[in-house]
Every structure is written in structure tokens, then in C-alpha cells.
Design a protein around this ligand. Structure first.
Ligand SMILES: NC(=O)c1ccc[n+]([C@@H]2O[C@H](COP(=O)([O-])OP(=O)(O)OC[C@H]3O[C@@H](n4cnc5c(N)ncnc54)[C@H](O)[C@@H]3O)[C@@H](O)[C@H]2O)c1
Length: 249
């Protein structure tokens, strides 16, 4: 039996991109997945799986009540939560001269406060299971960028929350790590209002600066999220760059 069999994971942002690839990988390993997303219809892909293996939850991670209700529904269904993957996130593009207070507030509400509220909601169950948390930071958390400063700052916050929570939760046997993906083609750029042409230009420009010469895939990121979440039981407080070497340039 694999170490994943029968375990329960909560995955936020499971409707698209990295969260979806992570949820699919966990299901493939025999885990039960509580898939959370703001857009319920984005979770339709779960129809392809055995109904007993997943729970679909429409959750806005900015809402404390929604996170608490979905954690309770997950507990009621399976009795435990062994892994939490905080993959829900927004991107914000634009220079300092154009950014608005409302856009910054929304960005931090999802990327920083949402990650916090969901972790809080799952914490009692994670403590009981001595489980693990994997957050999703970004290369730009450590590597400055000229055009996405507030996004980068929100991801630097996620990276530092990861290290602090690792210390705070270690006495409860909970490991907290993060993966810091490099540029990866997902729905996040269109959701930030970018056109197809702008997205292509951004990803081509980034790919040219990545030592391994290309952008990543959601599956390549998911592989390390799952590994940090389920294996490596002596690893905590780490932010692992999965970015084709971009962070060391
Ligand atoms: N794609 C990249 O290049 C890249 C690089 C580094 C880090 N990341 C991070 O990876 C994570 C996943 O992003 P992705 O690229 O897969 O993006 P994505 O847009 O494809 O998926 C994100 C999902 O989060 C959901 N979501 C957004 N706001 C939400 C909310 N308030 N409540 C619940 N769900 C919400 C969206 O509906 C979507 O399904 C994000 O934290 C992102 O910042 C992405």
C-alpha cells in the first residue's frame, strides 16, 4: 500500500492549473481529495473520478466562514485531514504608477489572508492527524521583478508565513513547506486580465531567462507539492524553487 492510500487532502484552487494538477496527482495515488475553488463549475473535471474519492466545495478562501464550513464538511465525510495544499491564488500585473489600493487589497486577501484562513480552518484536523501543509509561493518571492511588485510581495509573505508556521506547528507534528514555481502556463494570467498575446509575450520573455530554456507545466510543480506533502518527513520550513533554475540567475 502506498503512503498516500486512504489519506485525505484539502486542495484549494483545485479548479485550474497547479491546484488541479496536484489534486489529480493525489487522486491517482489513491488519496481522497476535498477540492475547493471559487468557481464550482471549474471542478467539473472531478466527474471523471470515483465519487467516493472526492468532495467538491465552492469556497472563497477570503471567507472565514466558507473555509470553516468546507473543513467541517471534509471532516464529516472522512474524519481526518492529512494534507492541506494552499494553491488558490491571484496574479497582479502592472507598474507602481498604475496599481490601485483595491487591486492590492484583493490580491493580499486571496494570496496571504486566504492562505491563512484556510490553514486556520484545517488546523484542528491537521493537528489530530499530525499532517502537513504545502503553500504555493513563487520565484518572484526571492527574485525581484520590475512589473509585478505587489504580486511578488504577496508571495514573499507566503514564503515567510511558511517558515514561521513551520516553527509554530512543529510541536504539533505538522510540517509546513512551500513550492516556489517559476513561470508556468495556467489560467492565472488570463484571470489577471491579460490578453493571449500579452500572456505569450510574458511567458516567452521569461522562458528566455530560464537556464533550462522553457516555462514549467502544472504537473512538474504538482510532483514536488505532493512529494513535500507526503514524503520527506524530516523536511519543514522550506521553500523549494521548481523553476528551471530561474531563481539562481
Ligand atoms: N502559473 C504561474 O506561472 C505561477 C508561478 C508561481 C506561482 N504560482 C502560484 O500558483 C498558485 C496556483 O496558480 P495557477 O497558476 O495554477 O493559477 P490558476 O488561475 O490556473 O488557478 C488558480 C485557481 O484558484 C482559484 N481561486 C482564485 N481566487 C480564489 C478564491 N478567492 N477562493 C478560492 N479559489 C480561488 C481560481 O478559481 C483558480 O481555479 C497561485 O498561488 C499562484 O500565485 C503560479
Amino acid at each position: 500500500m502506498s503512503i498516500a492510500q486512504g489519506k485525505v487532502a484539502v486542495v484549494t484552487g483545485a479548479g485550474s492549473g497547479i491546484g488541479r494538477a496536484t489534486a489529480e496527482r493525489l487522486l491517482g495515488l489513491g488519496m481522497r481529495v476535498s477540492a475547493w475553488d471559487l468557481h464550482a463549475d471549474a471542478l467539473a473535471w472531478l466527474d471523471a473520478y470515483e465519487e467516493s474519492s472526492y468532495l467538491r466545495c465552492r469556497v472563497d478562501v477570503r471567507s472565514e466562514d466558507a473555509a470553516r464550513d468546507a473543513a467541517a464538511a471534509t471532516q464529516a465525510r472522512w474524519g481526518h485531514i492529512d494534507l492541506l495544499v494552499n494553491a488558490a491564488g491571484l496574479f497582479l500585473v502592472g507598474p507602481l504608477t498604475e496599481v490601485t489600493a483595491a487591486a492590492i487589497a484583493d490580491l493580499f486577501a486571496v494570496n496571504v489572508i486566504g492562505t491563512t484562513l484556510v490553514t486556520q480552518a484545517c488546523l484542528p484536523a491537521l493537528m489530530a492527524a499530525r499532517g502537513a501543509v504545502v503553500n504555493v509561493a513563487s520565484t518572484v518571492a526571492v527574485k525581484p521583478t520590475a512589473s509585478n511588485s505587489h504580486y511578488a510581495a504577496s508571495k514573499a509573505a507566503v514564503a515567510q508565513l511558511t517558515r514561521c508556521w513551520a516553527l509554530e506547528l512543529a510541536p504539533h507534528g505538522i510540517r509546513v513547506n512551500a513550492v516556489a514555481p517559476g513561470p508556468t502556463r495556467t489560467g492565472i494570467y488570463a484571470r489577471a486580465g491579460m490578453s493571449e498575446a500579452q500572456i505569450n509575450r510574458l511567458l516567452e520573455d521569461r522562458a528566455a531567462r530560464i537556464p533550462l530554456g522553457r516555462t514549467g507545466t502544472p504537473e512538474e510543480i504538482a510532483r514536488w507539492i505532493v512529494r513535500l506533502g507526503l514524503e520527506d518527513e524530516w523536511v519543514t520550513g522550506q521553500v523549494l524553487a521548481v523553476d528551471g533554475g530561474m531563481s539562481v540567475t
